[in-house]
Ligand binder design. Structure first.
Ligand code: PLP
Length: 489
């Protein structure tokens, strides 16, 4: 028995889909980056119920083109310079397609030996590319949020002799996690989900370059111990989300060694830059982590989703998560080379994400991956220099990689008005549709953020972004509405 679909019709649809995808990628740069839609636009065009009668593959693809494509934000657009890009490269897209064809569930070695072993090898290739020691073993999760959650769960269980698996957290001392005030919100979420409670998350103060202050970290660790609380983990960031600042990981690692506290390194975005040996000084100390997260879906040409968690001791993840019911027992359980990836985390079923990562590393080659990142770093650093040199703008933070946080200056105006000015400039640039930039807040001040890490971006787009920022700032400075007194009141 097969499915009701005619194999020839399916083949034709696959060919058509191939053309749709290839055409899309060839022309994506001609569209506005952001769709011209209002909330509810697509919802109002979609029927309330699924169809009773079967529809053709062509009808599906037609509606994909008619309804869906005009309503997406184009992450593969060369002008996508917002957030951290997610890069769907050609080999990565091929890998996704072929993995969908297999539709395997790699929960156990037994349920897909090749998916399991390819994941182990692909993560090991990545580890070597990044210059990490062979003490680390990697596996693939959907996102950094999940990778970090798993690492902190292992840290929690490792830190105490208590049988948290059976007893839960009640009764013992409070377990405390440390990160900086710039750390990604996924740490907060992990602390919530692990039942530690946000009161047990210390946001350590950063210095004027947004790096965690080790002296404040030490003080917090000391305070907590004195009060009978138990420090379990420090999260250090290499490339924070707002400014891409780099915590002093080596100094933090010294403290973690001394205090016997787990060190988790969040390098979700910047980690990919470790493929370039000349950038490795920015990573000094990360190799001393107990766990490290790097998202190939952010800066290594791999489509959403693909986050690699490296740990020194996968048995600690197993201790936290392994649970094998009888119906999942397999006859290879005694084999030393066998790994069941379900043991390393919360999820049982898992997609075959390693295929696209393997394709990406092979199709680019290490040299291609390095070249791609070097170009981004060159353009980003050049933009930072231009901003710094311009009298009407300032760099709102150092730009160690290729993300530039900048602000238009209104020296004679109060800060709130300068913030509003920058917000309007950003909106005006984004409305033009050639580039999409995002913003952040630094020390309560509004900041425009340009992130150069998109596979399809060329240098001229970065130049265009800078040109349009200057043009829109100039336009607004002379705008009569903007200059009317009591504006906005
Ligand atoms: C993007 C990012 C995350 C979260 O990534 P997801 O994969 O979307 O969960 C965590 N940490 C840092 C530093 C990030 O840049």
């Amino acid at each position: 028995m097969t499915t009701p679909f005619d194999p020839e019709a399916f083949r034709r649809a696959l060919h058509r889909a191939a053309d749709v995808v290839a055409d899309y990628l060839e022309t994506v740069g001609d569209r506005p980056v952001l769709p011209n839609v209002e909330p509810g636009d697509l919802l109002s065009q979609l029927p309330a119920e699924a169809p009773e009668d079967a529809e053709s593959f062509d009808a599906l693809i037609d509606d994909f083109q008619r309804l869906v494509v005009p309503g997406v934000t184009h992450w593969n657009h060369p002008g996508f310079l917002a957030y951290f890009s997610s890069n769907g490269s050609e080999p990565g897209i091929l890998g996704e397609l072929l993995a969908a064809g297999l539709s395997v569930n790699a929960m156990l070695w037994h349920t897909s030996p090749a998916a399991t072993e390819l994941e182990i090898r692909a993560c090991d290739w990545l580890r070597r590319l990044l210059g990490l020691p062979d003490a680390f073993q990697g596996h693939v999760n959907d996102t950094a949020s999940v990778s970090t959650f798993l690492a902190l769960a292992a840290a929690r269980d490792t830190a105490t002799d208590r049988d948290i698996r059976h007893e839960g957290l009640s009764g013992g001392p409070h377990l405390v996690v440390y990160c900086s005030d710039q750390t990604h919100s996924s740490i907060d979420k992990a602390v919530v989900a692990l039942g530690l409670g946000l009161h047990q998350l210390r946001k350590i103060e950063t210095d004027d370059e947004f790096r965690m202050r080790p002296d404040r970290l030490l003080a917090a660790l000391t305070d907590d111990r004195a009060a009978g609380r138990l420090p379990i983990a420090v999260v250090a960031s290499v490339g924070t989300t707002s400014t891409t600042s780099v915590d002093p990981v080596a100094e933090i690692a010294d403290l973690c060694d001394r205090e016997k506290v787990w060190l988790h390194v969040d390098a979700a975005w910047a980690g990919s830059a470790a493929v370039c040996p000349e950038e490795r000084s920015l990573f000094a100390g990360w190799e001393r982590g107990d766990s490290i997260v790097v998202n190939p879906h952010k800066w290594m040409a791999t489509p959403m989703d693909c986050s690699v968690l490296f740990v020194r001791d996968p048995d600690l993840l197993r201790a936290a998560f392994s649970l094998v019911p009888e119906y999942l027992e397999t006859r290879e359980d005694a084999h030393p080379a066998k790994i069941d990836l379900m043991d390393l985390g919360v999820q049982l079923g898992r997609r075959f994400r390693a295929l696209k990562l393997w394709f990406v590393m092979r199709a680019f080659g290490a040299a291609g991956l390095r070249e791609k990142i070097r170009r981004h770093l060159r353009w980003g650093r050049r933009l930072a220099q231009r901003v710094d040199d311009h009298p009407d703008f300032e760099l709102a933070a150092p730009a160690p990689w290729s993300v530039v946080c900048l602000r238009a200056l209104l020296p004679d105006e109060p800060p709130a008005r300068e913030d509003e000015f920058n917000r309007r400039v950003l909106e005006a640039v984004n409305r033009r549709g050639d580039v999409f930039l995002s913003h952040t807040k630094l020390q309560q001040r509004y900041v425009i953020r340009v992130a150069v890490s998109n596979l399809r971006t060329e240098e001229d787009r970065v130049d265009l972004a800078w040109q349009q920022i200057r043009e829109e700032a100039e336009r607004l400075r002379t705008d009569s509405d903007w200059n009317r007194p009591n504006e906005g009141s």
